[in-house]
Design a protein around this ligand. Sequence first.
Ligand code: HSX
Length: 207
Amino acid sequence: PNVTIIEHPLVQHKLTLMRREQTSTAKFRQLLREISMLLAYEITRDLPLKKELIQTPLAAMEAPILASEKKMVIVSIMRAGQGILDGILELIPSARVGHIGLYRDPRTFIPIEYYFKLPDDIEEREVLVVDPMIATGNTAIAAIQRLKQTNPFSVKFLCLIASPEGIKNFHSYHPDVPLYTAAIDDHLDEHGYIIPGLGDAGDRLFG
Ligand code: HSX
């Protein structure tokens, strides 16, 4: 399947610290920013470069520079996606940003849209959708469905933890969308929470 697990030791270490029950909100926030930078570093490995003529203090040279930095769009699924977004923007400060507001009905687990805003010219842009968790997968499925209506150039999805059920569900709707995650956990419980997971990412991030 179209899933990449990012196994970098720093990613795995930070994720473990985030999972711990005793990790404070402040620490969780800091870790999410740090881990997001590392994930972004891994995901952007294949970004195209171009050559630009520059002048160092000593000589002129043709130097590599990102070809399409401005074209990248990070789309945060609110509200927990914000934590990943903040980390990625430190690494790719001129990326464009979109927001999708979805909340999960606690009884039916069905995602309900309350906000949707993307930058212009989405047809020309590479989109990275971010949300820390894929539990049932319903939120990610709905977000990508909505996004596809705007016809972006390409779409990838980045999370921290996914459940096996969620991945399966996600790819039954969107087999064409590559999924990047730091971990695939054991299972979903009857409330749609990832076990062992890290709890509710939004609550841990914002309190
Ligand atoms: C959490 O629930 C996450 O941040 C996601 O937005 C969502 C994942 O749940 P699911 O729709 O995959 O079950 O708030």
